[in-house]
Design a protein around this ligand. Structure first.
Ligand SMILES: *Cc1c(COP(=O)(O)O)cnc(C)c1O
Length: 422
């Protein structure tokens, strides 16, 4: 029987799309580092009856009646989030990572204030001041970047110099495409020296922090963390704001998320966050997080061995950035299309100081959160990496491409997407 018996009966068009996506996810290898497979328990919560309920406000302080159960669920999500990240305060209502960042900026800044963030071509996110976002009309963004893209070391001296000159109100750490750990103590020191808030956007690595596979920025004195809940953390799509101390910063965040920027929270989604956070508290999740790192290292080793240049020379987290144009003469866009045909999904990505444009850059970005959920170990990950380089090296050989597609299909059959993560 299908997972969607009611949709199947009453809405064949939507049913077709859902069934198609079920099959696509089952039969392909997902290497986009911001994607994952949630458990059936998370999906049950996300499609639950709580979608019916309006609950503007916060537990114990709502605008409408009938909140016995929404209060229960939101309190569970908040307490579990605090426990997972060693935070004193959590707001679980932001609808996504971008929304969490926007609320954080508006809570801490006045229009015209300055933010010091990671250079976008060196791994920063759109919401860290990309000119296409409206944020750049309201705030000023100044930048730090890597001293050397082949080691990944951040230029902390330059960063301090820019901070002293530009006097930012926020020193923002965090990234979408940076494979190394940051020196958190240095960020906090510079932020304190110039009287700025220190904020880490952990959207990509939240699950690795919760699973204790990488360091926790709060242990180094960061004031605030913003995050998504659906990347390595393996929850439903959504966002969250955490603060290290329970002080006026948290109160500002609460006011800004609601009523400052959002309306009624999506309680079904908050229930799903609570379920995912409980999964993330298990020893199984810590094992998962550690395996994500081992798998990424195994893939990086294969690429290096086969002569492909990796930005920062490797990886300490879940993601890898490869200069496929520089090393193999295949553009990022062509690599994305070619590998898609082989059943491997990843994305083209600009690399530091890319000589090519953003629509067809030199690099690809890929990572191991989803395949690790599928129970791949280093063996399978190394094999997939070999197949990726084979495919890129022999892009015109149709029989090679066909046999790669077949091997990928068999791997997917052998490693089905699990229903349960505990
Ligand atoms: C993914 C990401 C976001 C945005 O998350 P959405 O849920 O897509 O809005 C914000 N910051 C960073 C660093 C990210 O990687």
């Amino acid at each position: 029987m299908s997972d969607y018996p009611f949709i199947e009966k009453q809405d064949p068009e939507v049913f077709e799309a859902l069934e198609g996506e079920e099959k696509r996810e089952a039969e392909g290898i997902e290497l986009i580092p911001s994607e994952n497979y949630v458990s059936k328990a998370v999906r049950e919560a996300n499609s639950s009856i709580l979608t019916n309920k309006y609950s503007e406000g916060y537990p114990g302080k709502r605008y409408y009646g009938g909140q016995q159960f929404t209060d229960m669920v939101e309190t569970l999500a908040i307490e579990r989030a605090k426990q997972l990240f060693g935070a004193k305060y959590a707001n679980v209502q932001p609808l996504g990572g971008a929304n969490a960042n926007i609320a954080m900026y508006f809570a801490l800044l006045e229009p015209g204030d300055t933010i010091l963030g990671m250079d976008l071509s060196h791994g920063g996110h759109l919401t860290h001041g990309h000119p296409v976002t409206y944020l750049t009309k309201i705030f000023k963004f100044v930048r730090y970047k890597m001293k050397n893209p082949d080691t990944g070391e951040i230029d902390y001296d330059e960063m301090r110099k820019v901070a002293l000159e530009a006097k930012p109100k926020i020193v923002l750490a965090g990234f979408s495409a940076y494979p190394r750990e940051l020196d958190y103590a240095k960020f906090v020191k510079i932020a304190r020296e110039v009287g700025a808030y220190s904020v880490m956007d952990v959207a990509h690595i939240a699950g690795l922090i919760a699973g204790k596979a990488v360091k926790n920025p709060f242990d180094f004195g960061f004031d605030v963390m913003t995050t998504t809940t659906h990347k390595t953390l393996r929850g439903p799509r959504g966002g969250m704001i955490l603060t290290r101390e329970s002080d006026e910063i948290g109160k500002k965040m609460d006011k800004m998320v609601f009523p400052g920027l959002q309306g009624g929270p999506h309680m079904n989604n908050i229930a799903a966050k609570a379920v995912a956070f409980k999964e993330a508290q298990t020893p199984a999740f810590q094992k998962y997080a550690a395996q994500v790192l081992k798998n990424a290292k195994a893939m990086a080793e294969v690429f290096k061995k086969r002569g492909v240049r990796l930005l920062t020379g490797g990886t300490d987290n879940h993601l890898i950035l490869a200069d496929v144009f520089g090393s193999l003469g295949v553009t990022g866009k062509d690599a994305e299309t070619l590998l898609d045909q082989a059943g491997i999904t990843l994305n083209k990505n600009s690399i530091a100081d890319d000589s090519r444009g953003p629509m067809d850059p030199s690099g690809i970005r890929f990572g191991t959160p989803a395949v690790t959920t599928r129970k791949f170990t280093e063996t399978e990950c190394a094999r997939v990496a070999e197949l990726m380089v084979d495919s890129l090296e022999k892009k015109d050989d149709t029989s090679v491409q066909k046999s790669i597609r077949e091997e990928i299909r068999q791997l997917c059959v052998k490693f089905p997407i699990p229903d349960s993560h505990v």
